[in-house]
Design a binder for this molecule. Structure first.
Ligand SMILES: *Cc1c(COP(=O)(O)O)cnc(C)c1O
Length: 459
C-alpha cells in the first residue's frame, strides 16, 4: 500500500515510511492511496473471528510488504492479549437500541491502548531492523501519553518524551505517566493547554534541527498506524450486532477525530453505517464544523472530560479530504486559509457528502446529569467522555442499533463521578497502589525552544 499526503505536495510513502514519519513534509496527513473493501459474504465470515484474527483481516492490506504475514499475526495476538477481557472490546446493552462498546480493558484503561499497544511494537520492530534508535515526541490531553509510554516499552529502540498540559489532566492520568521511572521515559508538564502542547510537537516536526540527526517519531493520531488499528473495532462491534445484514450507527466522543475517522474508513471498506454521531464537550469546534460548515479557531477551556479538551482536530482534515474525493489542492488552500486567518468555509459539496454525520456538544452540568441518570437507570457508571457520547446518541437513536464508544474507565475520572454524587469506581488491582507510587516529571514553560532544549539534552 502507498500513502499520500492530504495536501498533495509530498512524495508517496510505503507503510514503514508513514509509520516512522507522522506529519507529511507539506503539513498534511498521510492517507492510503486506496482502500481494501470487504463483500457482505466476506464480512459474514469475519464475524466468527476473534479480535486479533479480525485485526489481521482488516489491517493486513495496509501493512502488506512491511513484514511477513505470520509474524504480523503473532504480533497482533500478543498485542490484544494485553487486554484484560476475553472479548477485548465487549459490548454491553444500555437500552433497547443503545449499546456501549467497552474500550477500556487495555493496560491504561482508555481506547488509546487499541492503537498504541500495536504502534509501539511496530515502531520498535522497524527501528531494530534498521539498527536505529528513535525519539518519540507526543502531546497528550491525558490518555495518549500513558498509552504511548506503555506501548513503546515493548522493545528497546525508543526515547519517549510526552508533553501534557500542566495541572489539566486528572491525577490518575498524570500518575499513569509520571510513575513510569524508566530512564528512557520523560514526562514534560507544559504551562499551557493541550493545543499548546500539540503546537510544540508540530513545530518540532517541521524543524528537526534541534535533534542533530536523530529520528523524530509521532505517536499522536496524525500517525496513520493509529487510525488503522482503530478501524478494527468498528467492524468487530458492528458485525456482532447484525452487520453486514443490518446497518449500525456509531456515537463517538471526539477530540482529535482519530477515533471517528477510523469509523469513516470502516464504512468505506464495506461496513454498513447509517449515522455517525460526533460528540464534544463545551470545546465544540467539531460540532460547529459539522453543523455550520466552517473551521473556526476558538479559545479552549478546561472541562470534566479533559481528554476532549481540544479545539483543533488534526484528523478532521483527513475526513474533509476523503469527502472531497481526494481534492488535495482544495484541502491545501482550505488549511492555509485556516492557518492564516483562523477561519475557513468548508465547500458546500463536502458538507453535502457529510449528510450521514450529526453532532452535538454537552457541557459539564449535562455530563454530570447524564452520569447520574444512567447510573440510576442501569447501575452503570459512565466515565465523563462516554457520558457525552451517550447523551448526544440519545437524541438520535431510532430503530438502528446505536453503538456508543465507552472510551475510558470511570476510575480515571473520579472528579466527574463524584460530581454526580457517586462513589468513584476502584482502579483495577494492577493499579491499586498508583496513588502511592513515586512520580518523576519536568515542568516547563510554554516555549518551543525550551521544550526542544530539554529533549536534546536528555536523548
Ligand atoms: C482521546 C480520547 C477521546 C477522543 O478521541 P479522538 O480520537 O482524539 O477524537 C475521547 N475519549 C477519551 C477517553 C480519550 O482518551
Amino acid at each position: 500500500m502507498r500513502y499520500v499526503s492530504t495536501r498533495g505536495r509530498s512524495d508517496a510513502l510505503d507503510f514503514e515510511g508513514v509509520l516512522l514519519r507522522g506529519l507529511a513534509p507539506d503539513g498534511g496527513l498521510y492517507v492510503p492511496e486506496s482502500l481494501p473493501t470487504f463483500s457482505p459474504e466476506q464480512l459474514r465470515e469475519m464475524a466468527k473471528l476473534s479480535y486479533a484474527e479480525l485485526a489481521l483481516e482488516v489491517t493486513w492490506p495496509f501493512v502488506d510488504g512491511f513484514m511477513p504475514k505470520a509474524e504480523y499475526a503473532a504480533l497482533l495476538t500478543e498485542t490484544y492479549a494485553e487486554f484484560n477481557h476475553p472479548a477485548v472490546a465487549p459490548l454491553k446493552q444500555l437500552d433497547s437500541n443503545l449499546w456501549l462498546l467497552e474500550q477500556f480493558h487495555g493496560p491504561t484503561l482508555a481506547f488509546k491502548d487499541f492503537a498504541l499497544q500495536l504502534l509501539g511494537r511496530l515502531l520498535n520492530l522497524a527501528l531494530a531492523r534498521k539498527g536505529e534508535r528513535g525519539v518519540v515526541l507526543g502531546a497528550t490531553s491525558g490518555d495518549t501519553g500513558s498509552a504511548a509510554i506503555e506501548g513503546c516499552r515493548h522493545g528497546n529502540q525508543l526515547d519517549v518524551f510526552i508533553l501534557h498540559p500542566h495541572e489539566r489532566v486528572s491525577d490518575v492520568q498524570r500518575r499513569q505517566m509520571t510513575t513510569v521511572l524508566d530512564p528512557s521515559v520523560f514526562n514534560i508538564a507544559v504551562q499551557g493547554d493541550f493545543d499548546d502542547c500539540q503546537a510544540a510537537v508540530k513545530a518540532s516536526f517541521n524543524d528537526q534541527s534541534f535533534l542533530n540527526g536523530k529520528r523524530l517519531i509521532a505517536v499522536n493520531s496524525i500517525n496513520w498506524a493509529r487510525v488503522m488499528a482503530q478501524i478494527v473495532y468498528f467492524f468487530y462491534s458492528g458485525l456482532r450486532l447484525g452487520a453486514p445484514d443490518k446497518a449500525i450507527s456509531f456515537a463517538v466522543p471526539s477530540a482529535n477525530f482519530g477515533h471517528m475517522f477510523a469509523g469513516h474508513l470502516a464504512s468505506q471498506m464495506g461496513l454498513p453505517v447509517e449515522q455517525f454521531i460526533v460528540a464534544t464537550n463545551h470545546n465544540d469546534a467539531l460540532d460547529r464544523s459539522i453543523k455550520g460548515g466552517v473551521l473556526a479557531r476558538q479559545a479552549l477551556s478546561p472541562s470534566l472530560s479533559p481528554s476532549m479538551d481540544i479545539v483543533v482536530s488534526s484528523n478532521f482534515e483527513r475526513l474533509l479530504y476523503a469527502l472531497s474525493g481526494g481534492d488535495s489542492a482544495m484541502i491545501d488552500d482550505l488549511m492555509k486559509t485556516f492557518a492564516e486567518t483562523g477561519h475557513a468555509q468548508i465547500p458546500a459539496a463536502i458538507m453535502q457528502a457529510a449528510e450521514r454525520w450529526t453532532s452535538g456538544a454537552v457541557d459539564d452540568a449535562e455530563t454530570v446529569a447524564t452520569i447520574k441518570r444512567w447510573h440510576a437507570q442501569s447501575g452503570e457508571i459512565l466515565d465523563p467522555h462516554t457520558a457525552i457520547g451517550v447523551r448526544v446518541a440519545e437524541d438520535h437513536v431510532g430503530t438502528t442499533p446505536m453503538i456508543c464508544m465507552a472510551t475510558a474507565h470511570p476510575a480515571k475520572f473520579a472528579e466527574a463521578v463524584v460530581a454526580a454524587g457517586l462513589t468513584p469506581s476502584a482502579l483495577p488491582s494492577s493499579m491499586a497502589d498508583l496513588m502511592d507510587r513515586q512520580e518523576r516529571y519536568q515542568v516547563l514553560a510554554n516555549d518551543v525552544a525550551a521544550i526542544q532544549a530539554y529533549v536534546a539534552a536528555n536523548i
